[in-house]
Structures are given as structure tokens and as C-alpha cells.
Design a protein around this ligand. Structure first.
Ligand SMILES: [Zn+2]
Length: 314
């Protein structure tokens, strides 16, 4: 199980690791050759000894079909059960059989239990590569069945280089906002995805004068218009980061995420009792969970911003 924060390339790593294990003529450094029959199959997504379990919503082809049904954000129990046949026949190429699960936390309890059952009775010559950015949300029994490999953040210099290589301007700013994760920083920096964040920052910056209902309406619209790219949980995560920065500033420390707003955040922090901030951050952790469930998005957002305004109450 590869764990680590979002935007580090854990999934890409799992895919490359799988490719290198399936390759039938690996290079001296162990990487896949990219030329053999197995590599060719793998590149085209039809290696007979490989399966990828991911929500339909992450599958580009499923999205392109644009059918009547909304693509699932979850790995389904049918997908997990569908592995049975794959695991019960011998491997096709006499090597390993590999299943990549990503993101592992995108499963309900029943599905997770079905996967657990498979992990508990391992088929021979089979490797499961589970990828998770939120390992605390997994069934403890799944985690304990796995060898957990934490993927660390790259150092700041490496991360800035990655963004520079991709032609991203203001690398430091985006990296800060992404908590140092280059993949997430690139996602944030990508144009068109940021209008909502600008709105959020602008409105949170006015502290007690924030208009919770207007802000909720604007962000609800942004979520709707994004067609699945912007999720409620992304909004909650951004507010969490804002609260972390307020807490840091309140203790006289430099902000971590919202570098350009450092001065604003410091002056807001002076108006909020520290205990209230900590309490609010805890609330936000449970809001983060609620954001996964289908609910009334507008009411949910209004609740968040009413709480935010209450931070500044006398
Ligand atoms: Zn190869």
C-alpha cells in the first residue's frame, strides 16, 4: 500500500512499478523496457495479468461516453467481485498477476469488506498495489493486511524544478497552496480551475464581514459547473488550509499555504481566540467526511461559512 498526500505521483509510481514487474525484458535498473510484448500490452491497457480497479469517474473512456448515468466516484462491489475470475485462473504469462487499486479509500464498507476477503485469501503469484491519499479512512483490517510504504514529499527544490519543467509560473505560490505536492500544485495552477479558489480567498479575507449565503451560492455554482472536477471536499480542504494558516499566524508563525495572503491572514488571526480556531479545525475534519455523502450542497456550504463568520463573533 502506497500512502502519502495527494499530488505526489503515487498512482504513477504504482503503474510504473507494475509495468516493471510485468515487463519480460526489464532494463538493468529494473525499469520496464517499453518494447517487449508485455510492455506493449500494458501500454494499451490489455495485459492479461493486470487489472486496475478505479471509480468509473476516473476512467476517461467512461466519461467520454457521457451516458445517462453519472459515472461513479466509487469503486463498486461488482468491480471487486469481478476479480474472482481473474484470480482463479493461472497467470497468462507465467509471471506475476497484478491488481492496482486507486484510490483505495473510494469504497463503501461492503466493497472494502469484499476486497478484504480477497486480500485475506491471497491467490498465488498475485500482487495487490493499493494506493491511498487518505489511509486513515480505510478499514484498519485492510491496512493491516498490507505492507505500508509511505511516499514522502519531494524537497522544495525538486518540487519547484518539476513545476518549472512543466512551464508553471509562480511555482512557489502553487506549491505552498498544495502543501508541497507537485502534482496537486500543477492541478491548482492549471487555468480555469481556480476561479472558485479566488472567490473563496477574496471572501474569506474579509473576516467577520463575510457573506456566508452569497459565498455558498457562488461555490455551489462552481461545483455544479465543474462537472465533477471540483468536489465539495476540495472546498472543505481549502478552508482547512485557510484555518491552518490562521492558526499558524495566530501563533506568530509564517503561513504555510496562502503565501500571497499572509498579511491578511495575520490580521484576521488577531481577531480570533486560539481555542475557537482549534475547535473549528476539528469541526472541519468531520465536515470533510460529510462532504463525501450526497447532501444538499448549498445548505452544507452555508453551514461552513456561517461557522467561519462565527469565528469572529464578539
Ligand atoms: Zn518490457
Amino acid at each position: 500500500m502506497l500512502i502519502g498526500q495527494k499530488g505526489l505521483g503515487k498512482f504513477a509510481l504504482a503503474r510504473q512499478f507494475a509495468a516493471s514487474l510485468l515487463c519480460e525484458a526489464p532494463q538493468t535498473d529494473g525499469k520496464a523496457c517499453g518494447k517487449c510484448l508485455a510492455c506493449n500490452w500494458y501500454a494499451h491497457g490489455n495485459h492479461p495479468d493486470f487489472r486496475l480497479l478505479q471509480p468509473d469517474a476516473l476512467n476517461d473512456e467512461a466519461e467520454a461516453e457521457d451516458g445517462k448515468k453519472k459515472a461513479s466516484q466509487q469503486i463498486t462491489i461488482d468491480q471487486v467481485r469481478g476479480l474472482d475470475e481473474f484470480l482463479n485462473v493461472g497467470t497468462h504469462r507465467g509471471g506475476l498477476r497484478i491488481v492496482v487499486v486507486y484510490p483505495t479509500e473510494a469504497m463503501n464498507r461492503n466493497t472494502a469488506n469484499a476486497l478484504l476477503k480477497t486480500l485475506e485469501e491471497p491467490a498465488p503469484s498475485t500482487l495487490f498495489l493499493l494506493v491511498s491519499s487518505e489511509p486513515m479512512r480505510l478499514l484498519p483490517t485492510i491496512r493491516s493486511r498490507c505492507q505500508v510504504v509511505p511516499i514522502p514529499l519531494p524537497n522544495a527544490q525538486q518540487a519547484e524544478q518539476v513545476l518549472a519543467d512543466e512551464g508553471v509560473a509562480e511555482a512557489r505560490r502553487w506549491l505552498a497552496l498544495a502543501g508541497g505536492a507537485p502534482g496537486l500544485a500543477m492541478e491548482l495552477a492549471a487555468s480555469g480551475q481556480l476561479a472558485w479558489l479566488e472567490i473563496l480567498i477574496r471572501r474569506l479575507s474579509v473576516g467577520k464581514n463575510v457573506d456566508p449565503l452569497a459565498l455558498a451560492a457562488e461555490l455551489e455554482k462552481a461545483v455544479k459547473d465543474s462537472k465533477g472536477k471540483l468536489l465539495l471536499k476540495n472546498v472543505v480542504e481549502a478552508i482547512q488550509k485557510w484555518l491552518v494558516d490562521l492558526t499558524l499566524a495566530g501563533s506568530g508563525m509564517p503561513v504555510r499555504y496562502f503565501l500571497p495572503q499572509a498579511a491578511t491572514i495575520a490580521s484576521l488571526a488577531d481577531m480570533i481566540p486560539a481555542a475557537r480556531l482549534i475547535h473549528s479545525y476539528r469541526d472541519m475534519i468531520s465536515h470533510r467526511r460529510e462532504a463525501e455523502q450526497p447532501l444538499n450542497a448549498r445548505l452544507f456550504l452555508e453551514g461552513l461559512f456561517l461557522d467561519y463568520r462565527a469565528l469572529f463573533a464578539n
